[in-house]
Design a protein around this ligand. Structure first.
Ligand SMILES: [Zn+2]
Ligand SMILES: [Zn+2]
Length: 296
């Protein structure tokens, strides 16, 4: 398998001279199996360029999986050219939240108040599938999902094909005990939450286990993180620690903060490589770069 990054920016697109190298487009990744089978992850603004590249390869058959439906992960969806062309078939998978189907959420995005094109004007053969924590197969891909920790239902994806394991975490934050340090909290309750967190963390590590390549949310530096606790994103050091603990071979840090310039990311790269090596991790660490292709 190989994966190409079409957008790795978090929260909002931010084109401009300071984001030329790592890119300003939001979340979108193209995963290709060795036989050419296509699995697209997320439809942030990066999907527009992917759609134009794929327009040369139609008729298209593809899977499209969504971590969640926050704008930065779906806003490019109606700009994906293959959706407008009959003969293309795309199976779209995304999380159910508050018992609302994935299709109903995506259809609402195409309401006239937000966008001039309606869902029934998309001429491709589109099949929507609701996902919870589960597994499904679409050869050669075997896909498994796990709930990430985010302010809305968000799925992490573990994809196996060609004897390799690829992980896309979507947006996620480590589980934290909000009662820690609260002098009024009941000690039993604090302990109970602590146990749940330990269990959830173990499930997360088991999900990441042995991946050849993991694309992991790492929006914040550890210095920034305390100000954004509870916003649903991970600090860079924690993403590295978790991937190392889970025996991941290669890590691409993603969901770059919109304020982070190319120079900032360049400057942070040696910091995290030194951090990983000082801890004795055999984990390759890099910041995801838009337009770049990586072997899984
Ligand atoms: Zn996001
Ligand atoms: Zn989000």
């Amino acid at each position: 398998m190989k994966v190409k990054v079409w957008g790795c920016r978090g929260s909002i697109s931010c084109p401009g001279p300071k984001t030329v190298r790592y890119g300003g487009n939001t979340s979108c990744y193209e995963l290709r199996a060795d036989d050419g089978s296509l699995l697209i992850m997320d439809a942030g603004t990066g999907i527009r360029e992917l759609g134009m590249a794929l327009a040369r390869q139609m008729p298209l058959k593809a899977l499209m999986v969504f971590s969640h439906t926050h704008y930065d992960h779906v806003i490019g969806y109606p700009f994906f050219v293959p959706f407008f062309v009959p003969g293309n078939r795309v199976d779209l998978y995304g999380p159910v939240h508050y018992e609302r189907s994935f299709k109903s959420v995506m259809t609402e995005q195409l309401d006239y108040s937000f966008f001039p094109v309606r869902m029934d004007e998309l001429r491709a053969d589109l099949h929507f599938h609701d996902l919870r924590e589960e597994s499904f197969e679409s050869p050669p891909f075997k896909v498994q999902t796990l709930y990430a920790n985010h302010p809305i239902t968000c799925l992490a994806y573990r994809v196996e094909a060609d004897g390799k394991i690829f992980i896309f975490t979507g947006d996620t934050e480590p589980y934290i005990n909000h009662l820690d340090g609260d002098a009024n909290a009941d000690e039993d309750e604090v302990e109970e939450v602590r146990e749940v967190i330990a269990e959830q963390t173990q499930r997360w590590l088991a999900f990441l286990k042995g991946a050849d390549l993991c694309i992991h949310d790492a929006q914040y530096t550890p210095e920034e993180y305390p100000r954004f606790k509870g916003w649903g994103h991970t600090a860079m050091d924690v993403a590295i620690d978790n991937c190392a603990r889970a025996g991941v071979k290669s890590l691409l840090l993603t969901h770059h903060n919109p304020t982070r310039s190319d120079d900032d990311l360049d400057a942070l790269t040696p910091r995290w490589r030194e951090y990983a090596s000082a801890k004795g991790y055999s984990l390759a660490v890099a910041f995801a770069e838009e337009g770049r292709e990586y072997a899984v």
